[in-house]
Structures are given as C-alpha cells and as structure tokens.
Write a protein that binds this ligand. Structure first.
Ligand SMILES: Cc1cc2nc3c(=O)[nH]c(=O)nc-3n(C[C@H](O)[C@H](O)[C@H](O)COP(=O)(O)O)c2cc1C
Length: 439
C-alpha cells in the first residue's frame, strides 16, 4: 500500500485567524456550545480525517476582552465527542507540569475505553507563564526544568498504563474471579519529582496507551519528541524549515533506537480557500483588516515570556536584535525561533509581523484555490517536509467545509488520501502498532 497523507483537524476558537470570531462566515454558536464541537468533529469524520485535536491553556489571558477564547477542558469535551462520533481519533492536550500523573493516566485510559481506542495525548509542559500563578504561584519552572520533569512523568504514566496485563480481566462469574491474580501490579515509582505506588484503578485501554503526540520544537523539545512522540505537531513558516525539521526529527528518532516511520510529522497549515485565487486573497484581506494590533502585541509578548515590545514603532523594519535571544526565553522557545527566523528572512515591520502572526500564530498560512492547496499538500508530502498536516482552518466551520468538499476529493483522486477508515482505533488510522506491556 502506498503511503497516505495523515490529516488532523485542530479545533480552535471560531477559526485560527485571530479575527475569525468577528467574520460573518464564522459560526454563530457560543464557544461553550457542545453542538459547535460535535458539528466540527462529525464534518472532519465525514472527510475521513485521522483525528481532531484540542489545545489547552491554563490561564485566561489578559487580552480576553478583545480575543475571545473559551478553553473548554479537553478531556471533558473529548468524552462528549467520543459519544457523537465513531471512527475519528480524539487528541487532547494535558500538561505534564500541572497535572498529577495518576489523574492524567486515569483520564486518558478512561477516554480510551469509552471511545473504543481513539485517544491521543498531546504532551505539553505548558509554556504560558501566567499558568504558574494558578497552580501555587511559585513562578514558572524553567524550560529545561519542565522538560526534565516531563521525562520522569512519562516513566510514571507509562508504568501506570502498563500496570494491568492485557488479559488481566477474566470477569469469570462462575468461578468468582474478576481479575487474574498477579496480572495487576503496583509500580512503586519513587523519583526526584513523583512518588506513585500504582497500579492504575482501571484496565489497560484498547490501544494499550494513548497515542503520544508532542508539539515542542526547540532543541530540547525535539529530543523529547524523538524519544516519546508518535505524532508531532510543529509550526513552520516555510517549506525549507519544515524539511530541515522533518529530517532532523527522523534522524533523532533513529538515533534514539526508533523506527522513523513511526513518528508522524504534521506541520500546521492554515489555508484560506476560495473558488478563485482573487476571492481567497480578498477573504484573507478581510480577516486581516478585522484584527487588532494591540491583541497581536500582547500575544507576541506572551510568547517571549512577557517581554515588553510596546516601545517598537509599528511601521519600522524589524531586526533580530529587537527580540530577546530565544535561548534565554523560558516560555514558547521554538515559536520565538520561528518568529525571529521570519524577521531575519523577510525584514517585516512590526505591523506586518503582527499581520502574519494573526493568521495562525506562526504556522504556515496561504490563500488559494482547492487545486492550489492540494498541490501544496502534495508537494510538501513528496518533498520530505511532512507526513501529513495539522489543518488549522482560518475560519470555522466555513474553511473546513470547503476543505472537505473540494480539497479532500482532489487528494483522493491523486491516490494521496484514504477513501475509507483503516480500522477503528487512532493507532490504526496513524499506522502505528499497539505497544506491549513493558513490565
Ligand atoms: C500545534 C501546536 C499545538 C500546541 N498546543 C499547545 C497547548 O495546547 N498547550 C500548551 O501549553 N502548549 C502547546 N503547544 C506548545 C508546545 O507544546 C511547547 O510547549 C512550546 O512550543 C514550547 O516548547 P518548545 O520550546 O520545545 O517548542 C503547541 C504547539 C504546537 C505547534
């Protein structure tokens, strides 16, 4: 069977463009209305997407009056989506920094059971500095410390998911034996950050463990992904850097003793699509005109851990020296590298930079016809830049509708995308094996 493109739908606000919520094409539903999310997940399932994905942040954000976001808790929402869909994978973000490993292992095992094996965990260490104020107020852990803790975290949750053998449950009513003796084991974990006795309080899920997804792209983040991730989301602003990232991560995975084919790389793609190029560009302009530079500036500051950019003139050309050195940034380090890379390459003014970031926060943004978008996807896929894409429609649901109706059939016609689901679990859609119990 020839290799096929994988597609994930990243559901975010009323679309990924910062001003999407104001656009007439955006959904009229509230961001807390289950019907909104069910509709999107069902549409993605009708389009045969591998999965839907929910991000998460553990603080409201100071720009909330002008940039509405409702961070409905992902595990809760995915449980509702599990009941409203049948095949599509359900990927949720949960923080290794701010969640007890026993809670996380239990929630994701529960979701895996309730969805019949469709769950993925986006492992994040939480970059947003303000989150620390909601969890004890001891200040944000450094970038390095967060990743170091996450390593131990992975050992704990993996041991918990493996604490029941696959055949542990006998449920033998006649003999009066529910679980095979000796098949459920404590984990006795004692490390620098966690002390967890185990075992987990429910059987191993249909997938054994959730699919491990990761989205940190700094040097440390890549090494973490190479050891653990089975799918990787990444923000890349052009094909050249996407190819470099792809080659680097596949090499790191091989060096970590893994099969590089079992770590899928899915860069973000935010396409404005219309029947003609002129219409797509007009729509992109409409969105940009609705965005607010003050919101963009606040978001830029957050990415750099709170750095103040307010004294920079909006219309003066930027230079890399206008930004802190990414190596010193304890927040969204790799995204700051993406932003400074763009400044170095294209010398935008601050206004232009904010306009670009308004599109999809540093992911690849483009505008074109369905044919042009299918060409781009095919080109990145065949040119070693992607195993698939994290689709980030600029406006929801309209830009998902047109993608499913117009782009998917083109990809199918070219033999690049599935015409039916491969199986029932997310591991099957992603072409990944089921991990064996490790202890
Ligand atoms: C598509 C995508 C989705 C992400 N979702 C989240 C999220 O939901 N919550 C979060 O705290 N970080 C999220 N991140 C950020 C990363 O997980 C990571 O914390 C951040 O990039 C900083 O780590 P790094 O410097 O290694 O990249 C996301 C990144 C990408 C590319």
């Amino acid at each position: 069977m020839t290799k096929k493109i994988h597609l994930n739908l990243f559901i975010h606000g009323r679309g990924h463009h910062e001003a999407a919520w104001r656009h007439p094409d955006a959904s009229p539903l509230k961001l807390t209305d289950l019907a909104y999310y069910v509709d999107l997940a069902r549409k993605a399932e009708a389009g045969l997407f591998d999965s839907v994905f929910l991000a998460d942040q553990l603080a409201a954000g100071e720009d909330i009056p002008y940039a509405p976001r409702a961070w409905v808790e992902p595990v809760t929402l995915l449980a509702a989506l599990a009941a409203s869909t049948n095949k599509i994978g359900l990927i949720g973000t949960c923080s290794s920094t701010y969640t007890e490993p026993y809670n996380l292992a239990r929630q994701f095992a529960s979701l895996d059971h309730l969805s019949n094996g469709r769950v993925g965990w986006n492992i994040v260490t939480s970059w947003l500095a303000a989150a620390a104020d909601n969890f004890g107020g001891g200040g944000q852990l450094s970038h390095a410390a967060r990743y170091e803790r996450a390593e131990e975290y992975m050992r704990v949750v993996t041991a918990l998911w493996d604490s029941w053998s696959d055949d542990a449950v006998l449920d033998d009513r006649a003999a009066g034996i529910y679980a095979r003796p000796g098949s459920i084991r404590p984990i006795h974990h004692e490390g620098p950050h966690y002390k967890v006795a185990g075992p987990l309080n429910l059987p191993r899920g249909p997938q054994g463990r959730p699919v491990f997804v990761q989205a940190g792209s700094s040097e440390t983040g890549r090494r973490f992904a190479a050891r653990h991730a089975e799918a990787v989301f990444t923000a890349q602003m052009e094909k050249t850097t996407a190819r470099e990232f792809y080659a680097d991560l596949k090499t790191l995975a091989a060096e970590a003793g893994r099969d590089p084919a079992k770590i899928l790389i899915l860069p973000g793609l935010s396409p404005v699509i219309a029947e003609t190029q002129a219409d797509a560009e007009r729509l992109a302009r409409e969105l940009n005109e609705l965005s607010n530079p003050a919101v963009g500036l606040k978001r830029l500051s957050n990415r750099f851990g709170g750095h103040d950019f307010s004294d920079l003139p909006l219309d003066k050309v930027l230079v890399p020296e206008n930004f802190p050195d990414p190596g010193t940034v304890e927040a969204a380090r790799s995204r700051t590298e993406v932003i400074i890379g763009l400044v170095r390459r294209e010398q935008p003014t601050l206004r232009q930079l904010l306009g670009y970031l308004a599109g999809a926060r540093g992911h690849f943004v483009t505008a074109g016809t369905p044919e042009q978008i299918a060409d781009l996807i095919e080109d990145w896929f065949h040119d070693g830049a992607a195993d698939g894409f994290n689709l980030m429609p600029p406006v929801l649901p309209s830009m998902l509708d047109i993608f499913v109706a117009e782009v998917i059939p083109l990809l199918q016609k070219r033999g690049l995308f599935r015409t039916g689901y491969e199986g029932d679990t997310l591991r099957q859609q992603f072409g990944l094996g089921r991990p064996a119990v490790t202890f």
